[in-house]
Design a protein around this ligand. Structure first.
Ligand SMILES: Cc1cc2nc3c(=O)[nH]c(=O)nc-3n(C[C@H](O)[C@H](O)[C@H](O)COP(=O)(O)O)c2cc1C
Length: 344
């Protein structure tokens, strides 16, 4: 897929997930064929630029182009400043978050809460696009504020008029949080209403589902979040299925172990060992969650003091796996609550 002068290796994107899609995870998904991996949200509040977390989030060495950074906020001037700051620090695409229902974000009337105020949406988009004239700006939204107010089509038209170059839509409203199932009719309506590329997102957990969502919505690409955690090869699986109509067998335990180990090595090196061991837990839980004994293993992980012990436990877990590997990968993903607990 070609986008704004970039050749993206595929139209399957990684959804931004705060606390999950750090640089090691983005790079891993790109290796498995993801076309674009938007980085975690960077606050538009300039006071936060100096925090260690933000500094880490804006480090992009070694990442393949294009580097896309997401910003969130409710104030047009601050958002414009955040866009400029990120563009000056290596972002080649600026993505605006109007899709996240997190309390931390929404209480500032940012994220998906903004969809309630269409005039403010217009002001923010105009300000950001004007602030970075040489950098393409993309937008991520939900289908609306609530089921009674599904205004994604209206927001999409505002976005296109403001010069937004691509729109990703999660098929839930803000009120839905992560409950119920994503719906794709609104995404299809949006696709039919605008001519910039539309990327469909929400509950894409398997190659079959990916094909269904593409055909139902007519979208130009797909964005996959939770299902990629602990299963970054889902990009390879979907691409293969879309190209051939055939499902790949699930990776063997030895391959999963190799992917997991390489991922952990990147995490330890990126965060340092102490933080790395803690951050690695949620990823290890995701890699192991569909195998027998995962729950017990997850509890045991809290007692492992360092990287060496963590790696030894992961080796031991995978060495005792005996499974039928001719089946496709199991469907499903960790729930946000589960992710939060593991990050604690
Ligand atoms: C832990 C977590 C963190 C998230 N953080 C963000 C974020 O920072 N920005 C954003 O636009 N969406 C965020 N999302 C929403 C995802 O990008 C995506 O829209 C949503 O998970 C639905 O896609 P999925 O069903 O493929 O996971 C987050 C989701 C999860 C589960």
């Amino acid at each position: 897929m070609d986008f704004a002068g970039f050749h993206l290796p595929s139209s399957l994107f990684v959804a931004p997930m705060a606390g999950v899609t750090d640089r090691p995870f983005r790079q891993l998904c790109r290796k498995f064929g993801a076309g674009l991996a938007v980085s975690e949200m960077v606050s538009s509040n300039a006071l936060l630029y100096a925090t260690r977390k933000t500094q880490r989030r804006i480090r992009h060495e070694g990442e393949s182009a294009p580097i896309a950074v997401q910003i969130a906020g409710a104030d047009p001037l601050q958002m414009a400043e955040a866009a400029r700051f990120n563009a000056d620090h290596g972002a080649q695409i600026i993505d605006i978050n109007m899709g996240c229902p997190a309390k931390k974000v929404c209480k500032l009337a940012a994220g998906s809460a903004l969809m309630r105020d269409e005039a403010q949406v217009g002001r923010i988009l105009d300000a950001v696009v004007a602030a970075v004239p040489d950098t393409p700006v993309t937008l991520k939204i939900r289908t609306g504020w609530s089921r009674e107010h599904r205004n994604a089509v209206s927001i999409a038209r505002i976005a296109e008029a403001a010069g937004i170059r691509m729109l990703a839509i999660h098929g839930r409203t803000r009120e839905d949080l992560y409950m119920g199932e994503a719906e794709y009719d609104t995404i299809a309506d949006v696709k039919a209403s605008i001519s910039i590329p539309v990327i469909a997102n929400g509950d894409i957990t398997s190659p079959h589902k990916a094909a269904q969502v593409l055909s139902h919505t007519g979208a130009d690409g797909l964005m996959i979040g939770r299902a990629a955690q602990g299963r970054p090869w889902i990009f390879r699986e979907i691409a293969h299925f879309l190209a051939t109509g055939e499902e790949l067998a699930a990776p063997a335990a030895a391959e999963i172990l190799a992917v997991c180990r390489a991922h952990l090595a990147e995490i330890y090196s990126f965060y340092g060992e102490v933080a790395g061991v803690r951050i690695a837990r949620k990823h290890i839980a995701a890699y192991t969650r569909t195998f027998a004994g995962a729950q017990r293993f997850r509890e045991q992980m809290f007692e492992l003091p360092d990287a060496e012990a963590q790696l030894a436990a992961v080796d031991a877990f995978f060495s005792q796996i005996d499974e039928d590997r001719t089946k496709p990968s199991p469907v499903g993903f960790p729930e946000p609550q589960e992710l939060q607990e593991l990050a604690a």
